[in-house]
Ligand binder design. Sequence first.
Ligand SMILES: [Mg+2]
Ligand SMILES: [Zn+2]
Length: 230
Amino acid sequence: MNAKPTNTLFPRTPVLFCDFDGTITTSDNIVAIMKWFEPEGVREIIDDIVGERKSIRQGVGEMFALLPSSMKEEITDFVIGQAGIRLGFPELLDWCKAHDVPFYVTSGGIDFFVYPLLQPFGIPADHIYCNGSDFSGERIRITWPHPCDGECGGDCGMCKTTIIRRFPRDEYYRILIGDSVTDFAGAKLADLVFSRSHLTDKCRELGLPHIPFETFHDIIRNLDQGGAVS
Ligand SMILES: [Mg+2]
Ligand SMILES: [Zn+2]
C-alpha cells in the first residue's frame, strides 16, 4: 500500500495529455508543410477536412500521398527548421517529474517530425503517441498505429480519446492541454482542460471547465494551485 506517492493537489492521481501541433509547437506543422510545399490538389483536401466531408485520418493520409517519398529529407529539414517550441515546455516537464505526474504527448502529428522535435526533452518514447510514416514507396504513406477504439467513431487517425479512456476517470484526474479541433472530443472526457485558440471557443460553447493559457508557465502556475478554474 502507498507505494505510489500521492499528489495532494488533486482529488485523484493526475495525468496530463498534451497535444503537439500548435500546443507544444507554436504552430501546426502539417499545415506548415502543406502551405510551404503546396502539392497540387491539397486545397481541395483541406476544404473537405474543414467542411467535415473527410475525416482527419483520410484527409491527412491523402495530403501526404501527394508528396513523393524522395522529399523526406527536405520536408523533415523544413519542419525542424521552422518549428518553435512554446515557452515553459521544459519547465512543465520538470514540474511533472517533481510531482510524479505522468505526462503523455497525444499528437495527430507524424513521427518523422514529432520525435526529432521532442528529442531534446527526454520524454520516454512510450509516452509519445503520434502517427507513423512510410517512405519506402513512391509517395509518402502515413500509418496509423493508434486507431480509434470501439467507443470512438471519429476516424481520428491517432485517437486521443482512446488513449484517455485507458486512464479511468474514477482513478485519474485527467488533464488535457490543447488548441484545436482534434482536441474537442478529448476535452469532453477531461476533468480539466488547458486551452488555446479554437479549443477555448469550443469549451466556452460547450460549458466545459477550461483555463485558457498562452505559455506553459501559465499552466504550471495553475497546476501549483490544484488547477482551480477561476
Ligand atoms: Mg493542435
Ligand atoms: Zn477516435
